[in-house]
Design a protein around this ligand. Structure first.
Ligand SMILES: Cc1ncc(COP(=O)(O)O)c(C=O)c1O
Length: 475
């Protein structure tokens, strides 16, 4: 046993030594990135070279360098010039809860394999339900990401609304859902997984402002019904991913009520605005929803991946995966809320409720208000700056912290501008000072920023525009 690899892998001394060094490295990284000391947002490498590096490292690299290399060779979300994807700079304390979750490794499927995190999950999801404006019948759960949560919600919707028992008998008639053409692609994927097929995903066109055109709902619904499709759900985006524009949840909620449809709100990104005293108006009507998704790892400062899926009527959530309609009672006469695995896709999942609980306990929900409000304010400042620059054009005035804009030059056609903006983005990526992304809207190539970092200021964003102008002129 003396030379046992198992003993080595479980050495308390190694754990402490490596862990203390890592904590020191991450603290320095935190300070260096936030303060922009000698660090780029991304040290770009091609996939082939990165693969080669890690193949070589596995063979010849020094174990002592492992964590440092990882830190250097990943995108620095804590850097204020990180304005790219919708994952953000984790509040450091939630990295510690990640560590605790990984170490204690309770599987969460049944109560006794995660007693405390199960209780915390109930507490945090109850609080979100209350914030949405629901009563005590509401219940939530935490699951691994918005994609999975949206699929889970649609399965619950089918169980609750469809006239026949698809879960047990399979499809006996075509089913469908209504969704904006700007909804996240996971809605489409969920519908396909559920066997609705292309015909069952009825895409509602958007207005010039990229939100669902609610005027078109009635006709779309009637046409689908006349074609023999049983529509059972409608999804509102809060907001949609590409543009960050919120659908009119109030109007969609009314439509759902009038047609007895399940109303699901995909608030993966901007559902967190329920905490913002200034911007919660964007979610007007969310209380009419039957289910809501909010990602902790997007606008709530938590690490990937943790998502709250909330149900107005908790009993519905017990029916999602149940074989029979016996969901409320489990050999007992009270609600079986504490055996999470019965209501989630996952059997085993991590102790993600720790992140939500620790932020509430240490800082309170004011933290979410401060963060969302700050980032949404910043987007409006950036909007003003963009309007004042003749070389830039916005796709649409921002509602959240997502902005799509492009570099323009009157002498170039749209197709030349598309090419130019695509080259600008690639150059910025390889340069690494800033990190932003891109999207296409109505055939136009836009640069896209999600202002996820709490240390990004308007000065950084003005610097980004200057950089883009310099890059554009270099071609
Ligand atoms: C509106 C919306 N829904 C769902 C998702 C998917 O969420 P996740 O990445 O947590 O699976 C995203 C991701 O960007 C999103 O923006």
């Amino acid at each position: 046993m003396k030379d046992s690899l198992l003993l080595k892998a479980y050495s308390e001394n190694d754990f402490k030594r490596i862990g203390e060094k890592l904590l020191e490295q991450l603290s320095v990284h935190l300070s260096n990135t936030i303060n922009e000391n000698n660090s780029k947002v991304i040290n770009w490498n091609t996939p082939e070279n990165e693969l080669l590096f890690w193949q070589n490292f596995l063979e010849k690299g020094n174990t002592e360098d492992f964590f440092n290399e990882i830190i250097q060779r990943t995108t620095h979300t804590h850097h204020p010039k990180y304005v790219g994807h919708q994952v953000g700079a984790t509040a450091p304390i939630t990295a510690l809860t990640s560590l605790v979750s990984s170490f204690l490794n309770n599987g969460m499927a049944v109560y006794e394999m995660g007693m405390s995190p199960t209780a915390m999950e109930r507490i945090v999801t109850d609080q979100i339900c209350e914030k949405i404006g629901w009563d005590k019948n509401a219940r939530g759960l935490l699951t691994s990401g918005g994609t999975l949560a949206n699929l889970t919600a649609l399965l619950t919707a089918r169980k609750a609304k469809v006239s026949h028992d698809v879960w047990n008998e399979g499809h006996t008639k075509p089913l469908g859902i209504l969704v904006s053409e700007e909804a996240h692609y996971c809605a489409d994927r969920a519908a396909k997984i559920m066997g609705l097929g292309e015909k069952g995903i009825i895409k509602i066109p958007v207005t010039v402002n990229f939100n669902m055109d609610v005027q078109k709902l009635e006709t779309a619904y009637r046409q689908a019904t006349e074609n023999g499709i049983e529509i059972f759900a409608i999804i509102g985006s809060a907001p949609s991913t590409a543009t960050g524009i919120y659908d009119d949840l109030d109007a969609i909620g009314d439509f759902a009520q009038d047609h007895n449809l399940w109303f699901h709100v995909d608030g993966a990104h901007g559902g967190a605005a329920i905490y913002s005293q200034k911007y919660s108006y964007l979610l007007k009507g969310i209380e009419k929803a039957d289910s809501v998704v909010i990602d902790g790892h997007k606008m709530m400062l938590m690490p990937t991946i943790t998502t709250a899926l909330l149900f107005k009527n908790g009993a519905d959530s017990h029916g999602t995966f149940s074989q029979k309609a016996d969901y409320l009672l489990n050999d007992t006469d009270h609600e079986d809320w504490y055996n999470g695995g019965k209501r989630t896709f996952e059997c085993t999942k991590n102790m993600m409720s720790l992140h939500w609980y620790v932020l509430l306990k240490f800082y309170g929900e004011g933290l979410f208000d401060e963060f969302v409000t700050r980032q949404y304010n910043l987007a409006r400042d950036f909007e003003k700056t963009l309007y004042s620059h003749p070389n830039f054009e916005l796709a649409v005035a921002p509602q959240s912290n997502i902005l799509c804009f492009r570099y323009i030059n009157e002498q170039l056609s749209d197709s030349e501008l598309n090419h130019l903006n695509s080259k600008i983005r690639q150059t910025l990526l390889e340069d690494g000072e800033f990190y932003l992304v891109q999207t296409k809207l109505n055939g136009i190539h836009y640069l896209r920023t999600s202002l996820m970092n709490p240390f990004t200021t308007i000065t950084h964003l003005k610097g980004l525009l200057e950089k883009i102008k310099t890059v554009a002129k270099s071609f």
